[in-house]
Design a protein around this ligand. Structure first.
Ligand code: FPP
Length: 240
């Protein structure tokens, strides 16, 4: 933590946890083993987020496109969700972490949905880190959902079309009420957003590291935050 300024920690950090498959392949292991190792990594990163004073942590665990993967990999990831909740709920509660899921998780298997509901209910009153897990999440699908909700309000006369504003979209996203992520970290080296937080990422700083997600340690996390803190954020303006 030595080289980061604890007074300028991003309020909202979002992470694309990529590279589990390659990590496993390099070790001659099944892809699911890579996701299992990724789950261990996630545990450390949630803990470290609380230590740093991050207020919102959003992780991309399963995208609307990930259904295209082999059935055993898909079911393996959902099983890990159940395992994660069982093994972590005690520590999450002790650390005052509030669990939230973004995305259409109604399509998940019943045992995963039960585990998610349990995690949400158990941590609902917690006031520390808000931990958002993106499951069956897609940024475009999220914007479409918000547009539909706004259209319903316009059709019913609650909102007039001329008054439609950016805030009215933001307020209808899964992340309603949360600040946009100041920092988005992508592990595994690819330089794209892959339909993650499409609306919310408009002014996010992107930090890409070649490190595969299972190897992404609290030290690597600190490096990403240090990189973020070295950036000059202008939001379309000029330097003050
Ligand atoms: C991307 O790596 C990772 C995923 C699609 C799954 C992420 C899941 C976890 C970290 C596990 C558990 C999650 C929870 C919430 C308990 P990839 O498979 O695309 O890697 P590759 O690019 O090397 O193939």
């Amino acid at each position: 933590m030595s080289n980061i300024d604890l007074n300028r920690i991003p309020r909202h950090v979002a992470i694309i946890m990529d590279g589990n498959g390659r990590w496993a392949k390099e070790r001659g292991m099944a892809r699911v083993q890579g996701h299992k190792a990724g789950m261990e990594s996630l545990r450390e990163i949630v803990r470290h987020s609380s230590e740093l004073g991050v207020q919102y942590l959003t992780v991309y665990a399963f995208s609307t496109e990930n259904w295209k993967r082999p059935e055993d990999e898909v079911s393996g990831i959902f099983k890990l969700v159940v395992i994660y909740v069982k093994s972590e709920i005690r520590e999450l509660s002790a650390n005052n972490v509030k669990v939230n899921v973004i995305g259409d998780w109604s399509r998940l298997p019943a045992d995963s949905k039960d585990a998610i509901q349990y995690a949400i209910d158990t941590t609902a009153a917690n006031t520390g880190l808000q931990f958002n897990i993106a499951l069956n999440y897609g940024g475009r699908a999220e914007i479409l959902r918000a547009a539909r909700l706004l259209a319903e309000d316009i059709a019913s006369g609650r909102v007039s079309a001329e008054d439609a504003s950016e805030d009215m979209i933001s307020d209808r996203l899964y992340t309603a009420g949360m600040p946009d992520p100041e920092l988005i970290i992508r592990t595994g080296g690819e330089q794209r957003l892959s339909n993650f937080l499409t609306w919310q990422s408009a002014y996010s700083e992107l930090v890409v590291t070649p490190v595969y997600w299972p190897d992404f340690s609290p030290e690597e996390y600190d490096k990403a935050i240090a990189e973020y803190q070295s950036r000059d954020r202008r939001f379309g303006g000029i330097k003050a």
